[in-house]
Design a protein around this ligand. Sequence first.
Ligand code: ATP
Length: 230
Amino acid sequence: MPVIATFSAYPKLSEPLGLFGGTFDPIHFGHLRLAEEAIAHLGLAGVRWIPAGQPPHRNRPEVTAKQRLEMVLRSTAENARFSVDTSEVEAAAPSYTVNTLERLRMHLGAEQSLVLLVGADAFAGLSTWHRWRDIFSLAHVAISHRPGFPIEISSLPQALASEFSARQQTDVRLLKDAPAGAIVTFAMTQLAISATQIRQLLAQGLSARYLLPDSVLDYIQRHQLYRNRL
Ligand code: ATP
């Protein structure tokens, strides 16, 4: 059974720490490559995965939060640079990213550089997130390219476009120099994989193999998940 990171176990790091939230419903190779490539491109000490509990800005996921967490644990256990934060899954009430970042800050201290990893689609919706502007005082934001979601300032909501213009940095080495506040983009291997696509395939009785780890597929099959609902 993989070790689950707790807040008290967080070490102080000299490199920036990546934070990767999502519903992971289910986790797939698009997520895993994003985290793996972010470590290399952004010079991160590692990536802390933060599966959402009941996500505030989308419909309830189709499997329990504990099952989504279990799939994340299975997929990340072999990678020494990955750890999993269970706080949102275990929270009694829906937890917002900004609250999770505030808790992390309390434990890691004001100096630790934190980098919130988001795909281009998630970034485009950032200004709908609870207290979204406060996120920039708590972490940097690194946006990965995602097929079908070009990062175009002209298509962002105006308030978000302004933040993007004011904060964008092209030199990712600057992420080390401050604990929070910059926005960077990075090009990862483009994988047009989505959890929606995987749920649809499974609901139709079709193969989702090679889109996600076999260990996750085994878990899905054993627990008969995603069979009936798209
Ligand atoms: P769904 O299809 O259910 O919306 P998803 O595949 O987008 O799910 P999420 O758990 O919602 O997965 O995404 C978590 C994070 O991973 C988001 O920031 C999202 O932009 C990013 N992401 C997901 N899939 C990819 C991908 N194939 N390439 C790049 N980023 C991705």
